[in-house]
Design a protein around this ligand. Structure first.
Ligand code: ARG
Length: 460
């Protein structure tokens, strides 16, 4: 007999039984469900609904149920629909009628809301730790490769020379924003929904503050109807996850490009690459490709939950049961992706020579040549024009700026003198960057130091 079977005279259709049940996936919430039930029962004892003897039995029973589920999830069954009713029914099997008392002043809408929030909170903590590890790897790589110079690109065309550390620290900033985005989600969701009842509150003098403290929430929700219908935090989590995955896909894409024969800037270690079943020479960056590819399912999960929630009337609707699989999938995808990327990055070898050779071709010092003329007093637009002409002529003659003689320079402008050669040397071009946040060594060192400070404050 169903826990809610009283008003029914017919059995549930077997198709509906399968269609309606969430136990096949929400069993993952069993720990949260039991923790929530213990807090609720503790509160019931405090307000006199159950005695302290009964509370002891309930807690003991719930802990045993937890051990039983940990040992064998096949004790959960589809007739009991979801994790909440499975736990209650297992408890009742253990402690008899007393088990039936704990649903006093509580609804499943309450339970699913608090369980899912507790799950999301826990997972965000885990994701924050993994992000800290990734950020710390970026700092180590940056420190170790300060003097590696490579082309910086715009439109994937060689643009200006930069330090590898500067490039890596750009990713540090992106992932740091992801970190604070997850912190924001955590801050906003940290509000206990339990105690809302089905949707309008309960007619007992409950103590929600006690439950908040027991379950480690910072605040209690202000409106029961909102509390049971709120899945904003799932959407926010999926959004933060999507932006993070987008960044991981960008990093992966660069690793794929950089490890190609065309670039040869990096080599990914053997243990993070795979071979081809037919082409013996191949070493494929499968891990990077999968990281890039898995972005698809995370974006999909975001669209999924947005669509589920769109247009729902207040308050709880069964549609909302569809919030969980996408959330679990995104959590699992993020956890493994962050670990794979972090471990893989640690093994990457950077090819200093290949990077530096690439900087020689592509006139990456053209902007600095124009700036040189600006310092000599010419308006920037005119300088741009002159350097454009020089570049065009060099391309035609198949030479680079550094191969020009002073006389050749002076044909374009008499403002050029021998100091032009130093100005356009790659080292000089990089160190000449004076703006805060630039690729000069001084700037990059500051940014690394700030990065360490950030991690010191955050590390938990
Ligand atoms: N399994 C349900 C879910 O995941 C739990 C809440 C059910 N509430 C209800 N009134 N049917 O959303």
């Amino acid at each position: 007999m169903k826990l809610w079977g009283g008003r029914f005279s017919q059995k549930t259709n077997h198709l509906l039984e399968t269609f309606n049940a969430s136990i096949t996936f929400d069993y993952k919430l069993f720990k949260e469900d039991i923790e929530g039930s213990i807090a609720h029962a503790t509160m019931l004892e405090k307000i006199g609904v159950i005695t302290s003897e009964e509370l002891k039995l309930v807690i003991k029973g719930l802990k045993e149920v937890q051990e039983d589920i940990e040992g064998d999830t096949s004790i959960l069954n589809i007739e009991n629909e979801d994790i909440h009713m499975n736990v209650e029914s297992l408890l009742t099997q253990k402690i008899g009628t007393l088990g039936k008392k704990i649903h006093t002043a509580r609804s499943r809408n309450d339970q699913v809301a608090v369980d899912l929030k507790m799950y999301t909170k826990k997972k965000i903590q885990g994701i924050l730790s993994l992000l800290e590890e990734l950020l710390s790897t970026f700092l180590t790589i940056s420190e170790q490769h300060m003097d590696y110079i490579l082309p910086g690109y715009t439109h994937l065309q060689r643009a200006q020379p930069i330090r590898l550390s500067f490039h890596i620290m750009a990713y540090f900033q992106k992932i740091k924003r992801d970190y604070t985005r997850f912190e924001d989600v955590l801050e906003r969701l940290d509000e206990l929904p339990l105690g809302s009842g089905a949707m309008s509150g309960v007619s007992y003098e409950t103590d929600r503050v006690l439950m908040k403290d027991l379950l480690g929430f910072s605040r209690i929700s202000d409106n029961a109807m909102d509390a049971v219908s709120d899945r904003d935090y799932v959407i926010e989590f999926q959004s933060a996850a999507s932006i993070l995955m987008m960044h991981l896909s960008q990093i992966s894409e660069e690793m794929i490009l950089w490890s190609s024969y065309e670039f040869k800037f990096i080599e990914i270690s053997d243990d993070f690459t795979t071979g081809s079943s037919i082409m013996p020479q191949k070493k494929n960056p499968d891990a990077c490709e999968l990281l890039r590819g898995k972005t698809g399912r995370v974006f999909g999960n975001l669209m999924g939950i947005l669509t589920v929630m769109k247009g729902l009337p207040l308050a709880y609707n069964k549609d909302m049961q569809e919030d969980k699989e996408g959330l679990f999938d995104t959590v699992e995808t993020l956890m493994i992706s962050l670990q794979v990327l972090n471990e893989m990055l640690k093994t990457v070898k950077y090819n200093k020579k290949q990077m530096f050779d690439a900087v020689q071709y592509g006139f990456l010092n053209a902007t600095d040549m124009a700036d040189y003329l600006v310092y000599k007093g010419l308006p920037f637009r005119e300088c741009h024009e002159i350097v454009g002409k020089i570049t065009k002529d060099c391309i035609e003659q198949n030479i680079i700026f550094e191969e020009m003689t002073l006389e050749m320079f002076q044909k374009y402008s008499l403002l050029f003198d021998a100091s032009i050669f130093e100005t356009i040397s790659i080292e000089q071009v990089i160190e000449n960057k004076k703006s805060f946040g630039s690729t000069s060594k001084k700037s990059v060192l500051i940014s690394i130091e700030n990065g360490y400070d950030f991690l010191k404050i955050k590390k938990h």
